[in-house]
Design a binder for this molecule. Structure first.
Ligand code: OGA
Ligand code: MN
Length: 223
């Protein structure tokens, strides 16, 4: 194989490294990255297969922060979620990929990311998540949000976009289509965002990289 062939078909790990560098650069320059087709196809397939095999009871109504007020929760978000563990091959693969992203970001941005938590989210027709921040300034250790989409053949009429408020004073927003393989990374404290109502079933993964805020003698649990 000649050198140009190697460049045209980089090994998956090498392709990921180029992607991770792109994400690091975008986060450094503007605080967020939107990358269509970023999630490796084999990983998309594995996650989709797991979603299909999972009984609906594995999903629970999503909450908001530590608040247990269900009426308020329903007003803010109506999706349902299932936390991802390393117990399934697909979950393992996803956590490996996220861990490699975490390492690359720590190396390139010196963020000191320490742990990662993530869940599948299912939005049925009409479901939404109103405008929110994933972390409140100074009040949390969620530093970086990671969202990945698992929807084949998403059409413009299907709605369900992620609406990001890039600069509220200037009214700058960005709509991200939740198409299979698209990955979004952003600073959790900086960008309010919302999920617009979808017209059909919408699957995503939402995750958060955290820093360790342990004080003397007390180490943060991973979640
Ligand atoms: C979240 C979230 C975005 C999405 O779960 O906090 O903002 O597009 N998800 O699913
Ligand atoms: Mn969010």
């Amino acid at each position: 194989m000649t050198a140009p062939d190697l460049l045209a078909h980089p090994a998956p790990a090498a392709a990921d490294e180029a992607l991770f560098t792109q994400i690091a650069n975008d986060v450094r320059q503007r605080g967020y990255a939107v990358c269509p087709g970023a999630l490796p196809l084999a990983l998309c397939d594995a996650l989709l297969a797991q979603l299909q095999a999972m009984p609906a009871e594995r999903f629970e109504r999503a909450g908001v922060g530590r608040d247990d007020n269900h009426t308020l929760n329903r007003f803010v978000r109506s999706d349902e979620i299932c936390w991802i563990t390393g117990d399934s091959p697909a979950g393992r693969q996803w956590l490996d990929w996220s861990a490699r992203l975490q390492q690359a970001l720590n190396r390139q941005l010196l963020l000191g990311l320490f742990s990662f938590e993530s869940h599948f989210a299912h939005y049925g027709p009409g479901d939404f998540y109103r405008k929110h921040l994933d972390a409140f300034r100074g009040n949390t250790n969620r530093v970086l949000s990671l969202v990945a989409y698992l929807n084949s053949h998403w059409q413009p009429d299907d709605g369900g976009e992620l609406l990001m408020y890039l600069d509220e004073a200037r009214g700058d927003t960005l709509k991200v289509v939740p198409a299979l393989g698209t990955v979004v990374v952003f600073l959790s404290e900086e960008f309010p965002h919302e999920v617009l109502p979808a017209q059909r079933d919408r699957h995503s993964i939402a995750g958060w990289f955290r820093v360790n805020t342990s004080t003397a003698g007390r180490v943060d649990p991973p979640r």
